[in-house]
Design a protein around this ligand. Sequence first.
Ligand code: GAL
Length: 678
Amino acid sequence: MTYYYGAAYYPEQWPEHTWEPDIRLMKQAGLNATRIAEFAWSRIESSPDCYDWTWLDKVMKLLHENDIGVVLCTPSASPPMWVVDACPGMLNIDVNRIERPAGARRHYCPNNPEYRLHSVRIAGAMAQRYGNHPALIGWQIDNEFGEGVGPCYCDVCAAEFRNWLKEQYASLEALNEAWGTVFWSGQYNSWDQIKPPMQGSRPFAQPLIPGLRHNPGWVLDYERFSSDSFVAYQNLQENAVRPHTDKPVTHNGMGLASNNIDYYDLFKTLDVCGYDCYPSVVAESYSASSRNMSHSRNLTGKPPWILELSSGGGFSTWGGARPQAPPGALRLVAWHVFANGGEMALYFQWRMMAKGAEQLESSILELDGVPRRKYEELKRTASELKRLEPWLSQTQVKSDVALIFSYDHHWAHSLKPFSNSFSYSDQSGALYDALVAKGLNVDVVSLEADLTKYRMVVLPSPILMTPEIAAALKSYVHGGGVLLSTFLTGVKDWHNVGIWDRPLPGYLDDLFGVNVVEVDPGCPDLPTRIALDTGACKCEVKHSVWSDVLETVGRDTDVIGRIVGSYRAGEPVITRNRAGKGLAYYLGAWLEKDALSTILDEVLNAASVLRSPIIVPEGVELIRRTGGNLDVTFLLNWTYAPVTLNLNGLYTDLMTDRRHEGVFELAGRDVAYLRKES
Ligand code: GAL
């Protein structure tokens, strides 16, 4: 298997005489891939049907001659001026009904029929010309759909939204019922009365109108519709490209919850998951990016392509000081990608641009194109990658633990937060962090994933519930699985309306053996704490942010956490219920780091999840890759200080062939690649 290592390159912005030396430098560093053309539409087609392929032909040829593989992008993220003129009404309208002007990027509506035709035409033309080019390794459709923009709220979208709703609900009566429009006399008498809302999910859709509170069913469906619009838009381009190429087609997503698109849907038809991975080059933490890597790894089941990777800072493009990448950082982030399952790592970007909105954005080469320390660091990493390739290709990142990430849950929490003190994404991140800190691989997967592959499933605050999802969870537990669900489980139905005809957690009360009878966001004025008793650990911890008020109703429901102090003293808040061959844990309270870790130890032990024998301190990332008889551990020290670990076994360093047993030193910002000897 070939691993791809390189950087995004923008030859259209540079005079021709720079191409050859720039590309030669890539080759001399041992790089073997690049990504080009995602914003180059006006250089390819400067006016209607006036194509200029000569420059791109030359660039493709040069790259091929230097053994640099190309991910070629369709350029629809930045429609040229003449396209905007040719498609009246194609500009994106934001949630506040402000038109996004041409002159930047992503100024389009994915539903605009004329713009769709232009996008399909340019994608098809590029594929026809380069679909079989020897330099080509794959396609990227558009660039980071929706980034910084969010959904479109134009008249075309309004009409398409109504069509989408007709398909979902068939009748207006059904829609009125599902959304609960009786509230505040919101009932619709005709489909035409339904408009796009003026409120959406954060961060893009903050309404300017004070006091505006929309129906939760309406806003949630608009998020779903908008996501489907981008998926449909992508599929059109994908279908235009595929007949001309047999290379993988992908898109560059932004990490699991960065914009308003359901990546499970978006990547369903794509060959690999593309993801733009921007871990901080200076921070001592890696977990947010690790969670995104896990999600990307599991989206298509194939090793993800990292189409953009942090290259540091320096000049700030977006305001605020952006730290430069200290020595070792670019190697560290590259190994973070490859160890976590990536097949490709392309920095953003090869050479600092002089022009435009992103002028002086961070890069491997500065403006003058002279190779310096960052270049040398890539050279070293490229040679390490060559050496490690056989071990990477024979091993995979496998996991016994799944963490569910659902866009419907994310949107429901974000559109109608019940407390500003936590977010779905933060809750999911806290659970992920606490698990990986124990030296575990964790798979971030969808609600539809095959859960039977996992010993343990963690389900963060699944606020929306259906009988079907509940049945799947029950079948998993009854079959022997161990499930942990956290507070705010099954509060509302799939239309974002409270479940009122049965006890909460909706459809799951019998699985957990509890009823949620009230909820309590925690009050600093009341002396409420939580007493944990897992058998292995008895302690009292803080109560803050949130707790569900539970009553146990199951015959086999054990209480492992109770409220201490205040009027709630003695109430259960964390429970364990035996159901069939498995166990269902209900974590009814938000817990701080140490307490969460204690509860997770209890659940991991109950699920017999094996951990790595190597215990890592905070700031050291451990990724275990296995395959056949091979067991390879990557250790990445994100801290600046050296750490001393106990390997608890015999290992060979795959880079130096030196053997290590017991105490092992890892320098600050360094990486180790250790094969376990049996
Ligand atoms: C990405 C984007 C790139 C560039 C980069 C700057 O999100 O895809 O085109 O803008 O950020 O950091």
